[in-house]
Design a protein around this ligand. Structure first.
Ligand SMILES: [Zn+2]
Length: 170
């Protein structure tokens, strides 16, 4: 999935975090206005993700790739993105990027893990460290929710794909 690079408009911070979890190189900053988004997308060959009609028009006139996503909630937004990319979602923490800063994660030895609650350190075996901001990640209670979300996402994409000869690939 890593060949796809994105820039998300300032309204979609939550979406950017999710995209990074899925391993997509995704830029997002509340300080990016439309001109900045266009500038970076052109410079770095990034696909623009937005709900803003004016930004879509501008991006298209600059011959940029753009994905329109609905504003309402996370599921239809992610469906739209994977549908456009024709990829089935699969979170692999080894390929995930830091939701906070977009840097790749790396497995870190337990003895090198700091600033994690004692009980977590005792119970968990695998830890990931952000190569950018240094934040530590592990399979916590939120992981179940992420997997559930992914299951629903996959099911809905498959249903969409069946109507079109299952065009999704992994
Ligand atoms: Zn980070």
């Amino acid at each position: 999935m890593s060949e796809h690079k994105f820039i998300v408009d300032c309204m979609h911070g939550k979406l950017a975090r999710k995209m990074r979890l899925y391993g997509f190189d995704t830029l997002y900053d509340v300080k990016f206005d439309d001109s900045k988004v266009i500038e970076i997308a052109k410079l770095e060959g990034r696909t623009v993700i937005t709900s803003d009609e004016a930004l879509i028009e501008r991006a298209k006139s600059e011959k940029l790739q753009v994905i329109w996503v609905p504003l309402d909630n996370e599921l239809p937004r992610m469906i739209k993105i994977f549908e456009t990319l024709k990829i089935l979602p699969k979170i692999d923490p080894k390929r995930s990027r830091c939701p906070n800063c977009n840097s790749p994660l790396a497995i870190v030895k337990k003895k090198d893990v700091k600033d994690v609650p004692e009980n977590v350190l005792k119970r968990k075996r695998v830890f990931y460290k952000c190569t950018g901001c240094g934040k530590i990640y592990w399979y916590g209670s939120h992981w179940k929710k992420i997997r559930e979300f992914e299951k629903t996402l996959k099911r809905m994409l498959r249903e969409l794909g069946e109507g079109r000869k299952n065009e999704f690939k992994r």
